[in-house]
Design a binder for this molecule. Structure first.
Ligand code: SF4
Length: 342
C-alpha cells in the first residue's frame, strides 16, 4: 500500500468530514464549441456521522457532484476537503490510498459488479488491492461482510446474475464497506428497486451507519427517500444548490419555490396533510445555456422582472446554529421590495 502524502489542512472545522467551496465542473460540448455547466459553485459541508441528501431532477448535476467529491472526475475550480486535508492537492498514488476512506455505491449494482467474478472475489477485491491481512483473514472478512449485509455464506461462491436487484445492491454495499471507510457516497442506490426492497436497503444503510460510524452523501431524485434517510438536505437545480437546511425544516418550511414544487409532488396518504400540487412549467433548461438571472426563473410560478436579470445571492435565513441557505430573491428584502403586488 502506498503511504498517503501529508495533506495541507483546508478547513479548521474538525467536525467536517467533507467540505466543498465553490466546487465547479464544466464539460466541453461534444462539438467542442460550447460549455456544459454541470456543477456551478457548490459549497457544502458534511459533518462526521451525518447523512446529507442531495436531491434534484435528472440532469441537475447531482451525480456529477458526487463524483467530484471523490475526485473520480477533476473539478474545473473550487476547493474540496476531506477529513481536514486538501483532496485536490493529492498525487494519483496518494489519492488512491485516501480512497480507502471514501467509497461509492452506484444505482445499478449489476453494471457495477463484474459478471465474470464470483461474489466472494468481488467483495474481497478492495481488501486484496490494499493488502489487508492474510488471504485467510480476507476470506473470513468476506464471510463477516456477507452476514452483515444479510446474505448467506454460500453467496461467496455464486455469480452476480444469480441474485435479485436488492441482493446485488447488498453485494455492492458489502464491497463498499470492506475497507471500513469513513464516507459512503450513495448515488441513487435504491432507484432501480421495488418500493418494498427500497425500504429494506434503506434500513440496512441506517443500521450500518450506526454500527460502523459511517457518514453518507446520499444522491437521489426521490424526496420521500431523501426525507427517510437524511439529516440535512441540499436541493440542486441546474448545477447549483438552491436550498440547504436540516430535513425537518426543509419539509415543514421549504423556502425556495423549486423545493416547494418538489415537496408538493410527494404522494401523501393522509388527506389532511396534502399540499396543493405545484406543477412546474416546461423542462429543465439545458446546462449548456443556463438562463440569466435566477436559473429557475423560466419555470418559477413566483418570478418577476428582477429574477430574469439578477443572480440570487446565497442567503442564510436560519436561526443561529441552524443554517437554512436559500438562493431566491423572495428572501432578500431589498429585491423582494421590487416585486409587484398581487
Ligand atoms: Fe423564483 Fe425569482 Fe426566487 Fe428565482 S429568485 S426562485 S425566479 S422567485
Amino acid at each position: 500500500m502506498t503511504a498517503a502524502a501529508p495533506e495541507a489542512a483546508l478547513t479548521s472545522d474538525s467536525d467536517a468530514l467533507l467540505s466543498t467551496e465553490a466546487l465547479t465542473k464544466h464539460f466541453p460540448t461534444k462539438d467542442g464549441a460550447g460549455v456544459i455547466h454541470a456543477v456551478n459553485g457548490v459549497s457544502l459541508t458534511l459533518r462526521r456521522g451525518e447523512t446529507v441528501g442531495v436531491v434534484g431532477e435528472s440532469g441537475c448535476g447531482k451525480s456529477t457532484f458526487a463524483r467530484l467529491c471523490l475526485r473520480l472526475i477533476e473539478p474545473t475550480s473550487g476547493t474540496l476537503a476531506f477529513d481536514g486535508g486538501d483532496l485536490r492537492a493529492l498525487s494519483p498514488a496518494a489519492l488512491r490510498a485516501r480512497r480507502r476512506d471514501m467509497q461509492i455505491v452506484f444505482q445499478d449494482p449489476f453494471a457495477s459488479l463484474d459478471p465474470r467474478m464470483r461474489v466472494g472475489a468481488i467483495i474481497r477485491e478492495p481488501l486484496d488491492i490494499h493488502g489487508v491481512g492474510t488471504r485467510a483473514d480476507r476470506e473470513r472478512e468476506v464471510q463477516a461482510l456477507l452476514a452483515r449485509v444479510g446474505l448467506p455464506p454460500d453467496a461467496a461462491q455464486r455469480f452476480p446474475h444469480e441474485f435479485s436487484g436488492g441482493q446485488r445492491q447488498r453485494i455492492g454495499i458489502a464491497r463498499a464497506i470492506a475497507l471500513r471507510p469513513k464516507l459512503l457516497v450513495l448515488d441513487e442506490p435504491v432507484s432501480a428497486l421495488d418500493v418494498s426492497i427500497q425500504a429494506q436497503i434503506l434500513n440496512l444503510l441506517a443500521a450500518l451507519k450506526r454500527e460502523l460510524g459511517l457518514s453518507y452523501l446520499f444522491i437521489s431524485h426521490d424526496l420521500a427517500v431523501i426525507r427517510h434517510i437524511s439529516d440535512h438536505v441540499a436541493v440542486m437545480y441546474l448545477g447549483q444548490v438552491v436550498e440547504f437546511t436540516d430535513v425537518e425544516t426543509l419539509y415543514a418550511r421549504p423556502a425556495h419555490p423549486y423545493t416547494e414544487a418538489l415537496i408538493s409532488a410527494i404522494p401523501q396518504p393522509d388527506p389532511s396533510r396534502r399540499r396543493q400540487r405545484i406543477v412546474l412549467k416546461g423542462d429543465l433548461p439545458s446546462p449548456e445555456s443556463p438562463p440569466p438571472g435566477c436559473p429557475f426563473h423560466t419555470r418559477c410560478p413566483k418570478a418577476w422582472d428582477s429574477c430574469r436579470t439578477v443572480v440570487p445571492a446565497d442567503l442564510d435565513i436560519g436561526e443561529p446554529g441552524r443554517p437554512h441557505r436559500v438562493r431566491c430573491h423572495l428572501h432578500d428584502p431589498a429585491l423582494a421590495a421590487t416585486r409587484p403586488a398581487g
